[in-house]
Design a protein around this ligand. Sequence first.
Ligand code: PLP
Length: 488
Amino acid sequence: MRNKLLELERLSAALDPNGEERKNLRDQVVEHTEEFIEDIYKTKAYHTHKSAPRIKATELGKELQDIEDIVKYLSAELDEDGINPASGGHLGYIPGGGIYASSLADYWAAISNRYAGVYFANPGAVRIENKLIRWVSNLIGYPATAHGNLTSGGSIANLIGIVSARHGMQIKSRDIENSVIYVSKQSHASISKSIQVAGLAEAHIRFVAMDDQYRMDPNLLEKQVIEDKKKGLNPFLIAASAGTTDLGAVDPMASLAKICKEHNLWLHVDAAYGGFFILTDEGRTKFRGIELSDSLAIDPHKGMFLPYGLGICIVRDKKIMLEAFTFDASYLQDIKVANEEINPMDVSPEMTKHFRGLRMWLPLALYGIEPFKNALDEKLLLAKYFYSEVQKIPGFVVGPAPQLSVVTFRYVPEDASKSDEFNKRILDEVHKDGRVFFSSTSLEGKFTLRLAILSFRTHLKTIDLTLLVLNEKIELINQESVSKPSIS
Ligand SMILES: *Cc1c(COP(=O)(O)O)cnc(C)c1O
């Protein structure tokens, strides 16, 4: 048996490379990633999809490849296909980030493989994660009773918020049919998904009427709550947005909080996109009342420019979170050591996870909050700048003035009935060009172009380039329609 064990050890030694082997791997990967960053302001924000892989992959796990070939394969497969979220020219959906310090934190966290799920396993890692949660909680203005959890993103953060609401409002299975949840047509898809996953889909889901800025109308909402109560229903949850994905609309949180207090409802705020604008004076003013909510989702991989993989849920009353997510097991008897910290696994559906706090902690430790605040102020101002400049291009009309950093606009051609067709064509041409990337939405039934500014690499010259690209494409399409009667 001893000989067999030694043989197996030798045969699996590749999994634990020595210093020289590690250096070779690391040098190849770092050389590629350095080139990637050095070129990032020159590379395209979007490549139209390649239909087939450009380098034939070897059969996974059977044919061995060396690191040089792997870097070539991955670069060909990943770097010139689809959206480039690391580019400042990414102005679609909600743009990605990817600040460098976070990548090193991820590397470090993965190499040391610290277990941040329970205090017993690594007190320091849990202290770091809980400190981040307290920092965000204070930023929002929550009391000391609040606590939270670091998640993979905003969707899971919303799920934790909705589950906490269900638990905190003591909604049992038999109550669901009789219960009411208030959302808006602007609510993110992950709110509906959370309602479904939390087993609440059979509740009455009311879409609250919105004002002309696409914010929930608190007066109509309150009327609806009163009406629902009269009908014998049980209104228990309002899911509001501090910055909708579609338009950046900010629901009137102070008024909503007042309604929740008056009628005993839970206020969940989806601040996944907009939350970190609270670092700016403008954002803080717009988010007034957010501190009165019962739970909140916020995405550092959006507003703190981190690489994908970090959302946060904070719940005003940590007791509710703990009750909803703490479970015990015999094999966990040793972890019950006296400590001041809450175990992350006791406030989350997850147990083992990447030590994801380090990727947010390291950049904050290195740079402080000022550069983040200034970058966010820059994004708010860039949105205002684009909003005013795009109106100077003849033919463009705009949607509502940007409340945060999303701008909607569309071109009205001479034959206004061709508007949808024309704007689809603009989007198509912009995508083929690829220097910048943005997406579209449907506003009042009309195909509408939509710019979202949130990358830390998006600057004045990016927006000027976007305006230039728009001018070029309009000219191109108009010229075509002169020579051909139809624009399609
Ligand atoms: C992005 C977003 C989400 C979902 O967050 P993920 O991190 O993509 O899971 C939820 N709500 C809003 C408003 C968002 O913008």
